[in-house]
Design a protein around this ligand. Structure first.
Ligand SMILES: NC(=O)c1ccc[n+]([C@@H]2O[C@H](COP(=O)([O-])OP(=O)(O)OC[C@H]3O[C@@H](n4cnc5c(N)ncnc54)[C@H](OP(=O)(O)O)[C@@H]3O)[C@@H](O)[C@H]2O)c1
Length: 275
């Protein structure tokens, strides 16, 4: 895999995180190319990481055996149109990070017959604890799947989903999920301050509690329900708080919120496909 030349079109947050993760895994910088419209981003990547950079997207395609499309979804049609002839000539494996853009649309924009893996990463990829769900077109070989997975694994966990529509569910879960946890953290901090704790202490305790709970859930064999039960003594403080959450319909609220997010992901896919 490290002998393969990787190309990134769009050198923003997600591409930079992936490049940093790959280099930390000893991927040779000489085998990574990136292009962007912003010279500053390219200069930073070249100086900081020693990778190959260019402002010409087609030059990246010429070098890449694996091509990562890392521009915003609304830019993808135009970008794909600009590289389609070069992609048809070189036939790299395409990895699209663009949220909500369908494989069929990307295939059409790139001229057809393309091997595409569509991914839904999330922002914790910026700190190498991302969660990425992947789906590939039917023609993909298991070797191509492994190659695509190795790229995304550089920034965290990867899973495959069986149908492309399930990426909308993933968007509602892990794609938007960090914001749900941030909202919860925000609300806990505010409540602690209202109850008298100073802001700095409230933030520190909230952050460490979130981190510790996530690690405990990941390292334990038990389900979250069982872990919760264990910290909920009958008649105690946690039971009182959980009772308030349950009585206010928190579970239904979460279900409604995620259903709304999934629906929006479907709407955006139609919108990006028609740009
Ligand atoms: N960040 C996340 O957590 C996350 C999560 C899930 C999915 N994604 C997906 O990952 C993709 C990248 O997201 P991001 O957060 O890395 O976005 P980003 O920081 O905006 O990076 C995209 C880069 O592409 C550049 N660009 C725009 N037009 C271009 C063109 N014609 N040719 C070459 N480069 C061009 C942009 O330059 P300008 O800034 O000048 O436009 C920008 O530097 C998106 O499709 C997003 O849906 C991101």
């Amino acid at each position: 895999m490290k002998q393969q030349t990787l190309g990134f079109i769009g050198a923003g947050n997600m591409a930079s995180s992936l490049i940093a993760g790959l280099l930390a895994d000893a991927y040779p910088p000489a085998n990574i190319w990136a292009s962007d419209v912003e010279g500053d981003k390219l200069r930073h990547l070249a100086n900081h990481f020693g990778i190959q950079t260019t402002s010409d997207n087609r030059q990246v395609v010429e070098h890449a055996q694996i091509l990562v499309l890392a521009v915003k979804p609304q830019m993808l049609k135009e970008v794909a149109g600009g590289i389609a002839d070069s992609v048809q000539k070189h036939k790299p494996l395409i990895i699209s990070l663009a949220a909500g853009v369908l494989e069929a649309d990307i295939d059409q924009w790139l001229g057809g017959g393309i091997d595409i893996v569509r991914c839904m990463p999330n922002t914790p990829a910026l700190v190498k604890t991302g969660a990425t769900a992947m789906h590939g077109v039917a023609s993909l070989s298991s070797e191509q799947r492994s190659r695509a997975e190795a790229v995304l694994r550089a920034v965290g966990l990867t899973v495959w989903v069986d149908s492309e529509e399930l990426l909308d569910v993933v968007t509602a879960l892990s794609g938007s999920g960090p914001a749900y946890f941030f909202l919860f953290m925000e609300a806990m901090e505010e409540a602690a301050v209202a109850l008298g704790l100073n802001a700095e202490t409230a933030r520190l305790l909230t952050q460490q509690t979130a981190l510790g709970s996530a690690r405990l859930a990941m390292e334990s064999e038990e389900s979250p329900a069982e872990l919760r039960r264990r910290v909920t003594s009958p008649g105690g403080t946690t039971e009182k708080a959980i009772g308030v959450f349950e009585a206010s319909g928190l579970r239904n609220l979460i279900s409604e919120a995620m259903t709304a997010a999934r629906q929006r992901a479907g709407e955006l896919a139609k919108q990006w496909g028609n740009v």
